[in-house]
Design a protein around this ligand. Structure first.
Ligand code: SF4
Ligand code: SF4
Length: 381
């Protein structure tokens, strides 16, 4: 499988466009994947209302350049995503505007998706998700192109091309998925099912500036300087994690793809084209300092599960001084264990499934994830 790497050290528009054109050429040219006259959905990562420089969302210059290339080629471009929380026109309007996407879409003549209808589909490639409810926007287009952001992730360690397709699951349904599949093994299997169903014809990753540390929203921007592209989201994720010194096999979505014999989980089944991977490698990229783990099975007595929760599981800790009382964490908690008391969130950790959606969606970085001391000691063994 081919994965293209192209150097791009800033969001200067001309540079970004040149790098994306080079990436497409490295993969054999756009006409290999898309016919003139087709409608293409650019499925971005628009996790939440964040400014482009915060490196949480796909950068608007990346979106503008890719959209313009496709429009110049002769396709109609629709731009969309369905982040967590309510999926409605008002939310989408605010999101597109705040993330800088509305402006660039208008500049190049791309359409912004406001279709919030959903539909039930069968997923023949699914292991866990044989049927699911998806955003209708993916069915109204001829092809999907994934445009993810290179970031760390509290629950999944890394969020890249495969996890980007979780955005085809409409808004609040995502919380249901977390709740129904609290174990990472199941949840990552479901993410892979969703990505296989969406089957993007091309996957790009904005790795010009990525996010390290407490990603996918509370981490720090990190210059990486690379545009990645491939026809395979899983192979793309292997290369991206290799660049930032994360062991690919520690990323649950990659591990599931290895188990399903989609990839090898290393560079052995990947042909790298374009710039040398060594140009981009970062040895001190900060991984998230937490990950939820499930040593204890669901059928263990509740006392043992409760002890495991206390002694081994990382937990969300709410910083009330930073909190503005917006309720986003409480509204989006899949387990419904966050209560607002005097306009500040209080969590019942007994029912917490450690999905870290609260931290992911907090606009104020007011939620930290703490690791119990025993967990810290065990992770050093
Ligand atoms: S999402 Fe963040 S700012 Fe909003 S209520 Fe929760 S902790 Fe406070
Ligand atoms: S409190 Fe946070 S980590 Fe726990 S279930 Fe709710 S959203 Fe997930």
């Amino acid at each position: 499988m081919i994965v293209s790497l192209t150097e791009c050290r800033s969001y200067d528009y001309a540079q970004v466009k040149e790098s994306i054109i080079e990436s497409i050429n490295n993969l054999g040219g756009i006409d290999k994947y898309i016919n003139k006259g087709e409608t293409v959905l650019l499925k971005l990562n628009l996790l939440m209302k964040k400014r482009p420089e915060e490196a949480t969302t796909t950068h608007p210059m990346f979106v503008k350049a890719l959209a313009e290339i496709l429009i110049e080629y002769g396709t109609k471009v629709v731009i969309g995503d369905s982040p967590g929380g309510p999926f409605n026109e008002k939310m989408l309007k605010g999101l597109y505007k705040y993330c800088g996407i509305e402006e660039v879409a208008n500049e190049v003549g791309a359409e912004l998706n406001y279709n919030t209808n959903t539909l039930d589909v069968k997923n023949e490639k699914g292991i866990i998700l044989k049927s699911m409810e998806v955003a209708e926007m993916i069915k109204n287009v001829d092809k999907i192109i994934s445009v993810s952001k290179l970031k760390t992730h509290g629950m999944m360690l890394f969020t890249g091309a495969v996890k980007n397709m979780f955005g085809i699951i409409p808004g609040l349904h995502k919380a249901e998925y977390h709740f129904k599949m609290p174990h990472i093994e199941d949840f990552s299997q479901a993410l892979l099912d969703i990505s296989l169903y969406a089957d993007p014809v091309l996957s790009f990753m904005d790795g010009i500036v990525g996010m390290e540390g407490a990603g996918p929203s509370a981490g720090e921007p990190r210059d990486i300087g690379v545009v990645l592209a491939s026809t395979s989201p899983s192979h793309l994720d292997v290369v991206a994690t290799t660049i930032v010194n994360i062991d690919p096999l520690k990323v649950p979505t990659i591990l599931r793809a290895v188990e399903r014999k989609i990839i090898k989980g290393n560079l052995d089944d990947i042909e790298l084209v374009g710039d040398s991977i060594d140009k981009f490698k970062i040895n001190d990229f900060k991984a998230p300092n937490i990950r939820s783990v499930h040593f204890i099975k669901d059928n263990e007595p509740s006392l043992i599960r409760s002890l495991s929760n206390k002694l081994l599981q990382p937990k969300p800790v709410f910083n009330h001084a930073e909190c503005i009382g917006c309720r986003d964490c409480a509204n989006n908690c899949p387990a419904k264990v966050i209560e607002m008391v005097n306009k500040k969130p209080v969590v019942n950790l007994e029912g917490c499934i450690r999905c870290f959606c609260c931290q992911e969606l907090c606009p104020e970085k007011a939620i930290d994830i703490h690791r119990p001391i025993l967990m810290k000691l065990l992770s050093k063994l």
